[in-house]
Design a protein around this ligand. Sequence first.
Ligand code: T3D
Length: 261
Amino acid sequence: MTYRFILFEVTQGVAKITLNRAEVLNSIHAAMSGELQDALTRATRDSETRTLLITGAGRGFCAGQDLDEVRPGSSVKDFAAHARKVYTPLVKGLRTIAKPIVCAVNGVAAGAGANLALACDLVLAAEEASFVQAFAKIGLVPDTGGSFFLPRLVGLARATALTMLGEKISATQAAEIGLIHRACPAATLLEDATKLATHLATQPTFGLGLTKQLLNASLVNDLDAQLELEAELQGAAGRSADYAEGVAAFLAKRKPSFTGR
Ligand code: T3D
């Protein structure tokens, strides 16, 4: 697929996806979502890609749904069908890809744009960036996984305030309440995020994928089920080439060289 609304490049094991509709703060329409879904599949299948990095072009990260596409009277009549087609596959793709995803939030992240960031594994944001659950301001409800991840990330009271009041919070506040991994100066955001993603791309990718699977399951499992899954996935990790390399390197007092398998 040729991309018109995103950029995609793989460097040093990192697939960088840039949302690229800067003039509308990278708001998402169906065609852009289709490209993102394709890029996620591509990054999943590409054996060279061991980490993903998602960011936005221009001054915004993503302003959520392109409101022009869904304006009253537009061809989008059924919002449920639209959400299933445009947002559900993105969240499922981000959460199930067995590779770590770093998100560099370069500016405002609103509505589905904020929740897209929260579905990534490690979220860095420029200190000037902000997060806003904009849905209530236009009579909609949180989607793109927001109603699932927000209470789990920051607790019910904060999730309620964020979604019902729709107030903007800064990246620094977001880091303080545990919504994101960390806030960094705008000048170094992309460099910091690239460094992190490139580091992750040298790590035991297979094991990190299993770790992601465990963390996903922990959001819904009880303790017995989680302990059983840990045992099962530890079995798989213990059979990996990276485990053999990790232990050999430790015993030989040298740096490990992980292949991701
Ligand atoms: O069916 C379904 O599944 C529905 C799904 C819904 C999921 C959702 O995401 S609902 C939430 C949709 N998003 C919003 O409601 C946010 C709308 N945008 C804003 O509130 C503000 O733009 C921001 C707070 C994000 C940023 O404000 P500011 O002052 O920094 O920028 P601005 O001037 O408002 O926006 C700059 C331009 O981007 C502007 O265009 P212009 O005037 O320069 O030609 C603005 O219209 C455009 N823009 C911003 N957000 C959107 C947008 N255009 C289309 N859709 C947008 N969401």
